[in-house]
Ligand binder design. Structure first.
Ligand SMILES: C[C@H](O)CC(=O)C(=O)O
Length: 353
C-alpha cells in the first residue's frame, strides 16, 4: 500500500459549538477544550463567537467572554495547534481582525454567503498584511451550482486565499451534490479545498468523507457534533472514520473521544440530536444559526417551526429572506460596505432557496 494521504482537520467546537450553548463558554471550558484538542494533535482550532468575531450582540446573542479573551485563553492552552478565527464581513470589522491577531489568532476564515465572495476581498488583503493564513468560507453552498461555486472560488483564489471551503450551512447537501461541487473546484483551482458539513439530514460525516475522496484536504468537525442547526460532523468520529478509510490526520482519536465524553459532562447541558426544527432546516436549505436564538420564540406563540417555514416557502420567499426575517441581518449590515450599486448576489443571479 502506498503512502497514506494526509487530511487536516479543523475543530470548530469553540466557535460553531457556541451556538447550542448560546455563546456562554467560560474560560475554564475553553482551556479544557483547547488543551484536549491540542494534545490529540488537532492542527487547527477555531475560536470566536458562533457568528464570528464581533458577533456578540443582542441580535446574534451576547457571548460571556470577549472574542479576544476566548482566543487568548485557547492560545495559552494549546502548544502546537493554530488558532483560527471566523469573520463574517459586516458582522466583524477590520479592527476585530486586528484584535484577534493580537490575542493569538494565526488564521482567519472569511465567511460570506456562497455568491458574495467579493465581500471577502478587503478582509483577505488585511489578513495578509497581518501575516495571517486566510481561508475563504462560502456559506450556504447548497444554494449555488458547482459552476457558480467555481466562479466564487476563482475570485477567492485571486484575492490570495490559501483555501476555499464549501460550507453546507443548512446541512442540506446530498452526497452526489458534494461530489460534483468538490470535484469541479479541485479540477480548476490550485488552492486547497475545505469542507464544513452540518448534520441536519444526518449526512455530515458521509458528505465530509466524499469531499475528501474528491480532493478536499481540510475538513471540519466539532466534538460530540455540537454546532448550529443539528450540529456538525463529530470530530472524534470523523477522525476515526478517516483513519479506517486509510487517510492520515496526525490526530489521536482516543483523546478526542475522551474529550467529547467529558465535554458532555462538564460543558453542554444535553446531547444534540436531529429534532424537527433542525430537520426542517436541512430539508429546506436554511442555515441553522437562528435555531437557538430567534426560532425558540415561536414556541411561545404555539407556532411550529415546520409550518412557519413551509408557509414562507409557499409564499415564494427565498431562504435568505427567511433567514433575514428570522434574525440573520448580515446582508443589511454589509450593504453599506459594498461599493457596487447592486449586491453581488443579485449580480450573480444565484437563487437562494
Ligand atoms: C456563522 C455560521 O455559523 C457559519 C457556519 O459555520 C456555517 O454557515 O455553517
Amino acid at each position: 500500500m502506498g503512502t497514506k494521504r494526509f487530511v487536516q482537520v479543523l475543530d470548530a467546537t469553540m466557535r460553531d459549538g457556541c451556538h447550542p450553548l448560546l455563546h456562554q463558554y467560560t474560560a475554564e471550558n475553553l482551556s479544557f477544550l483547547a488543551s484536549s484538542l491540542d494534545q490529540a494533535g488537532t492542527p487547527y482550532l477555531e475560536v470566536s463567537h458562533g457568528d464570528g468575531v464581533g458577533g456578540s450582540s443582542l441580535h446574534f446573542g451576547k457571548s460571556l467572554l470577549l472574542d479576544a479573551e476566548a482566543i487568548d485563553t485557547a492560545r495559552a492552552s494549546a502548544r502546537k495547534a493554530r488558532i483560527t478565527a471566523l469573520l463574517l464581513p459586516g458582522v466583524g470589522r477590520l479592527t476585530d481582525l486586528e484584535t484577534a491577531k493580537l490575542a493569538g489568532a494565526q488564521v482567519v476564515r472569511v465567511a460570506t454567503l456562497a455568491a458574495e465572495a467579493d465581500l471577502a476581498q478587503r478582509y483577505m488583503k488585511a489578513a495578509h498584511a497581518l501575516e495571517l493564513e486566510a481561508f475563504g468560507f462560502l456559506m450556504l453552498s447548497s444554494a449555488a451550482s458547482p459552476e457558480q461555486l467555481l466562479e466564487q472560488g476563482k475570485k477567492l483564489e485571486s484575492y490570495g486565499a490559501n483555501a476555499v471551503y464549501i460550507v453546507d450551512s443548512a446541512g442540506a447537501m446530498t452526497i452526489d451534490e458534494v461530489r460534483a461541487k468538490v470535484s469541479l473546484l479541485r479540477q480548476h483551482l490550485s488552492i486547497r479545498i475545505g469542507f464544513h458539513g452540518h448534520n441536519n439530514l444526518g449526512l455530515a460525516i458521509g458528505n465530509t468523507l466524499i469531499a475528501v475522496e474528491e480532493g478536499a484536504d481540510l475538513v471540519d468537525g466539532c466534538l460530540a457534533g455540537f454546532g448550529a442547526g443539528a450540529g456538525n460532523a463529530p470530530t472524534e468520529v470523523l477522525v476515526a472514520a478517516l483513519h479506517k478509510m486509510g487517510y492520515e490526520t496526525g490526530i489521536d482519536a482516543s483523546i478526542l473521544l475522551q474529550a467529547a465524553d467529558e465535554m458532555l459532562l462538564k460543558v453542554m447541558p444535553r446531547p444534540q440530536y436531529i429534532e424537527k426544527g433542525a430537520l426542517s432546516l436541512g430539508i429546506m436549505g436554511i442555515r441553522g444559526n437562528s435555531l437557538f436564538t430567534t426560532l425558540p420564540l415561536l414556541g411561545k406563540y404555539g407556532a411550529d417551526v415546520r409550518d412557519l417555514f413551509s408557509s414562507l416557502v409557499i409564499r415564494g420567499l427565498s431562504a435568505s429572506d427567511i433567514e433575514r426575517s428570522a434574525g440573520g441581518a448580515i446582508e443589511e449590515r454589509t450593504k453599506n460596505m459594498n461599493p457596487s450599486p447592486s449586491s453581488p448576489r443579485q449580480a450573480s443571479g444565484i437563487p437562494f432557496h
